[in-house]
Design a protein around this ligand. Sequence first.
Ligand SMILES: Cc1cc2nc3c(=O)[nH]c(=O)nc-3n(C[C@H](O)[C@H](O)[C@H](O)COP(=O)(O)OP(=O)(O)OC[C@H]3O[C@@H](n4cnc5c(N)ncnc54)[C@H](O)[C@@H]3O)c2cc1C
Length: 633
Amino acid sequence: MEFDVIVIGGGHAGTEAAHASAKMGCRTALVTLNPSRIGFMSCNPAMGGLAKGQLIREIDALGGIMGINTDKSAIQYRKLNSSKGPAVRSSRAQCDKALYAQRMQEFFLGLANLTIVPVEASEILLAEGKVRGIRTTDGSDIFAPNVIITSGTFLRAIMHTGFDQAPGGRAGDQSSTGLSASLEKLGFRLGRLKTGTPPRLHKDSIDYSKVEAQAGDVIPVPFSFYHRTQPFPLLPQVHCFITYTNELTHDIIEKNFDKSPMFTGIIQGIGPRYCPSIEDKVKRFRDRNRHQIFLEPEGLNTNEIYVNGISTSLPRDVQEAFVHSIVGLENAQFIRHGYAVEYDCVDARQLKATFESKDVPGLFFAGQVNGTSGYEEAGAQGLIAGINAAQKVLEKSPFVLSRLDGYIGVLADDLVLKGADEPYRMFTSRAEYRLLLREDNADLRLSEMGHELGLLGDEEYEIFCRRRDSISHWKDALSKNYFYPVTGVNDWLSARGLSPLKDRVSAEVLLRRPELTFDSLVELGLALGETVSADVREQVEIQVKYEGYIKRDLEVLEGVRKNEFLAIPLQLDFADVPGLSTEVRSRLARVRPETIGQATRLQGVTPAAVAAIMIFLKMKSSKATPVSDALHG
Ligand SMILES: Cc1cc2nc3c(=O)[nH]c(=O)nc-3n(C[C@H](O)[C@H](O)[C@H](O)COP(=O)(O)OP(=O)(O)OC[C@H]3O[C@@H](n4cnc5c(N)ncnc54)[C@H](O)[C@@H]3O)c2cc1C
């Protein structure tokens, strides 16, 4: 069999990669262990969340499929941080897990240029130092000049529950054994990481009178800019529930630390710092007497409840004991116990920003295999790898997104520059341009590029152009429409405790007042003459209200580049710098970087933290010491 691109793995990276490659006209083979698991969510049944919502919106804006598929299977939408500034607002959707995979598989069945091959890839074949194809465990060869490995948590994977171990990439799936050795032979450095999942409980065994219900948004917003499902939301929406661990729970866990494969040294792989297991949380945060738990339905037609917040690999009887100590879960019935999985990953510093190997032309890696954690991070990498494999086939230039373009650029830059010595997940604080890289403007930043690549279709591009033009039309209209200090206007403002107008002001200037919205302007008499959609109103509002902040951020960031050698006074107490986390403060205090450039490259110091130091130093700039004085003073 001869193809242009082979994608190994049908998870979240593999589906984006295969779709991009096929859509861009390349003959694509999706080689995967089990086709009925294509698009399967290995862990939590949710898409998006802080900074991850931005990634999905960017994937969608470029013409990817994660957002569309989320809208087809979402059973609860929530905009997180909705009361905070637009830079940190992110969408999250609880999905029907079975439906997510099913819709993805239906989509793939009808996709031109795509062949699904259900087999295990065991070896990468080279010819003259370049990729020639793959060998499979059934002994056959499949040929292509480009191979994208998206093997997720499957390489030499071992699952752990207490002292029990079994090979497997996740519950119900085999491990992938051959590929690691083949990669090592080609000179790739492999690492070992670990992740875990919580127990699943029967929905009818929870006492809902004792837990707190959490509803979704009253007016949900779709993930996809382009594929609005009709009706929207497509599926009935459900509640999640909240409960907490308590001191008894922690006691039970603590007494069984010696049975945890994480603490006994059985698990060698490094786990996710930001998504720790419950035993890790109890150990690390001894002063906390409770941890929040979300009870999340896995779908509309399943009895399974995902217990978000208590990922664990403790023995089964210990899991049952501590779960039954939690309010509302006293009689909870286990459908599945939690477990951890250890797997091989590659050192992403061996890759270019396109995710192609620096040493083996035609070999790409994307997703969890590059050391990340999460569906969205995987999807974003898969998309970039798929696009770039196709660009090679089409003899076009590599497609690289920078940190200025989007979170996808931040992800790629971080991975290939720093690698991942623990599972990497995206945060808004990783992006120094986060006020510019919002989820609401992902299409304005990226859809032009997606269309040029041939990934975003003409129909979607027309929707994009209409929205873009409407936003610019209304921004312009607001700057040309004026409000006058007449009785009607001032009465309206006074009735709401707002200061009345003294002079004529443009609608744009009036909208900058924090209390006012686009809708307020309409109430005040702004004539629209046509319907302005909610998303256009929101975008105009954000662009007008935050214009000053955006400009200021651009200036500061320009300064970050220019001021590589700006001195940080040795006596600076980082506790005085607002916006730094305790972790960042302690890293800075330990090393005491002498310049902004040094601070930038210090491990664990985020770009947002450097920007905070810059702002702080700028405020005190009149007292700033020249670098030579700071170094020698
Ligand atoms: C137990 C567990 C717990 C997790 N917990 C979390 C969490 O708490 N938070 C979080 O963000 N993420 C978590 N994840 C990770 C999340 O599932 C992944 O980030 C995401 O699925 C990665 O997508 P991927 O496409 O890289 O890999 P996967 O979704 O794992 O897909 C890999 C695909 O590759 C295929 N494959 C592998 N090897 C071969 C081969 N040799 N030949 C052919 N096909 C192959 C597999 O069949 C599969 O289709 C967890 C995963 C697991 C398994």
